[in-house]
Design a protein around this ligand. Structure first.
Ligand code: DGT
Ligand code: CA
Ligand code: CA
Ligand code: ZN
Length: 565
């Protein structure tokens, strides 16, 4: 799929146009980027059929640009824009609170053209001297840079997993054995690099590996390891090992380091030696070909990779009390998505059909409410009109379409729709989309007050963080979990790769306290419905079982839970 690449080009153009102070064109580019990104079909097909302009928001100018990009692999217009302003400014704009205007002003007046410049200027307290900037801004800038440092060199799941799957696809025909390893196999929330482990002929495997079309550079290539760098900055390592050690290598390279350290100690305590080649008693190999054998020979049950973080999984395994983790197959529906009634790209019917193809029994359409006007939030009247469309779609399709809303929690803890309207809905999500800067005490009360209305079924993306973009708001999560349990509110694991909120540690705390968890994709387009696997990854990392997850219930059971039947 070329869509993501085209979308990224459009986003970059929009940012650069923003910097130039262009008021309208950035919006068109962003809209096109979002459309293209969430489409199911490859843009290449439209290009080949000459039908690019049938896509909503793509006119002649954008058609030309997409064609140029497909034909030449680059875009003259973007290159020209980059010549006018330093590219580093795009990074400066990624710092929370710095928009294009501020970035441009700091560039014009302080010559700040990179993150490094920005950091120095903030540390030297030079920014506060500018009009409209203060000591608070400087503080926020430094915090923002710190957050960006934390994620720098790490990538989101939806960038990594499709790429890793493509690599597996091209390696499979020449591999005797092949598995993902590293943080990718553990479904960590963000990924440093792709690790793939194989058995087979070195030449054949290496040749296949480096044949991927998007490679920028082969970093190293040897008998047992080849590393490549993709154009988008992602690195992938291929390791080739002997069949006899494949299981041991898989165990070793899956990690985490912390898990491995503990496991090696257990081996030592038993008088064995454990390394990436096998489990040894003196020089005699006891296990190596299969990962299961390594764990079993150490007197343990095999541990699902998602749990290997040294968070108590080793004693649980020894004592044979590992949970039976929820799986993607257990998921019967998706309880958060947006249609084109608010800021989604697709109609209710299109979303429901895609979900039906996935194999779900039900979906909930959960558009935004009025106070979120940037996302086209619905007022009371529109909620009622939307109901008719949902009713009709329900008649036409086999899948059950629940009428839901993602209702804003207002600053005072009240909900953004009248009680009457809320009660007419099948499922009610509540969420914080504004006033992120309240104190922990006030923010916590705002949320628990919303729970106390008794109208909320699910609290969406509970901490509000966006990876690499925004830290969680100040919050006493433990109190929020307690209140959720008291009021029967399920907490969401938002499966959208930028969010993954709750994360695995928080979700585990919620489960331990008896909270119900709902895994929702927050889809704004058809493609996003396929993000469910990332949410399930987080759930498994949180040790969740099927019964802990709301949307593993079949439709009848769910309706009973929601008081609909
Ligand atoms: P990432 O790539 O930063 O998201 O995280 P990982 O866990 O994939 O880390 P990576 O790619 O550096 O290494 C893959 C696995 O190899 C890691 O999870 C555990 C194992 N490993 C790598 N280096 C060491 C080490 O120095 N000691 C031990 N015990 N294990 C290691
Ligand atoms: Ca890795
Ligand atoms: Ca690696
Ligand atoms: Zn939301």
């Amino acid at each position: 799929m070329i869509n993501k690449k085209v979308a990224n080009v459009f986003y970059e153009i929009a940012d650069l146009l923003d910097l130039q102070g262009n008021r309208f064109r950035p919006r068109a580019y962003r809209r096109a980027a979002r459309t293209v990104e969430s489409m199911n079909e490859d843009l290449m097909n439209y290009y080949e059929e000459g039908s690019l302009r049938e896509i909503e928001g793509i006119g002649e100018a954008l058609e030309d640009k997409i064609s140029e990009f497909i034909e030449t692999g680059s875009l003259g217009y973007l290159e020209d824009l980059k010549k006018e302003l330093p590219e580093g400014l795009l990074k400066v704009m990624k710092v929370p609170g710095i928009g294009p205007k501020k970035a441009k002003k700091m560039y014009d007046e302080l010559k700040i053209s990179s993150l490094q410049d920005l950091k120095e200027a903030a540390e030297e307290k030079r920014i506060r001297k500018l009009d409209g900037f203060g000591a608070k801004t400087e503080e926020k800038i430094l915090k923002g840079i710190e957050m960006l440092d934390k994620v720098s060199g790490r990538h989101l799941m939806n960038e990594i997993v499709p790429l890793a799957d493509e690599l597996i696809e091209i390696l499979k025909p020449v591999a005797d054995r092949i598995e993902k390893a590293g943080s990718l196999r553990r479904w960590r929330e963000t990924i440093g690099d792709i690790d793939i482990l194989t058995v087979g002929d070195t030449d054949e495997l290496t040749k296949a590996f480096v044949s991927h079309q998007d490679i920028e550079e082969v970093i190293v290539s040897g008998e047992t390891k080849t590393s490549i760098l993709f154009e988008n900055g992602i690195q992938a390592d291929l390791r080739i090992v002997d069949r006899d050690s494949f299981g041991a290598a898989l165990q070793y390279f899956t990690g985490s380091k912390e898990h491995n350290v503990k496991l090696r100690q257990i081996a030592i305590d038993k008088g064995y030696k454990l390394n990436e080649y096998g489990l040894f008693d003196d020089d005699k190999a006891i296990a190596g070909e299969y990962e299961e054998d390594i764990y079993e020979s150490l007197g343990m049950k095999w541990i699902p990779p998602e749990m290997r973080e040294d968070r108590g999984e080793i004693p649980a395994s020894i004592e044979d009390r590992l949970p039976v983790l929820v799986t993607l197959d257990d998921i019967k529906g998706d309880l958060q998505m947006h249609s084109n009634w608010s800021d989604g790209q697709n109609t209710i019917t299109e979303m429901a059909e895609e979900a039906q193809d996935i194999g779900y029994e039900y979906v909930a359409i959960t558009d935004h409410t009025q106070s979120l006007s940037v996302a086209g939030g619905l007022n009371e009247k529109k909620v009622v009109s939307r109901q008719e469309e949902i009713f009709k779609a329900n008649e036409e399709l086999d899948i059950d379409i629940l009428s839901g809303m993602e209702v804003d929690i207002l600053k005072d803890g009240s909900l953004d729709l009248q009680e009457e309207t809320i009660e007419s809905l099948d499922v009610v999500l509540a969420a914080v989309h504004s006033n992120f800067n309240l104190s922990s005490e006030v923010q916590t009360k705002r949320i628990t007050d919303a729970f106390s209305t008794g109208l909320v079924d699910i609290f969406a993306h509970p901490t509000g963080k966006k990876i690499g973009e925004r830290e969680p708001y100040e919050l006493n999560l433990t109190q929020v979990i307690d209140a959720a349990v008291d009021h029967g509110v399920a907490l969401e694991i938002n499966a959208f790769p930028q969010r993954l909120d709750l994360d695995s540690l928080d979700a585990r705390e919620a489960m331990d306290k008896g909270a119900m968890i709902s895994i929702g994709t927050d889809a704004h387009g058809l493609q996003h419905l396929h993000f469910m696997k990332y949410g399930v990854g987080v759930a498994r990392r949180a040790w969740l079982e099927r019964e802990n997850v709301l949307n593993t219930k079949g439709i009848d059971e769910l309706k009973k839970y929601l008081g609909l039947s």
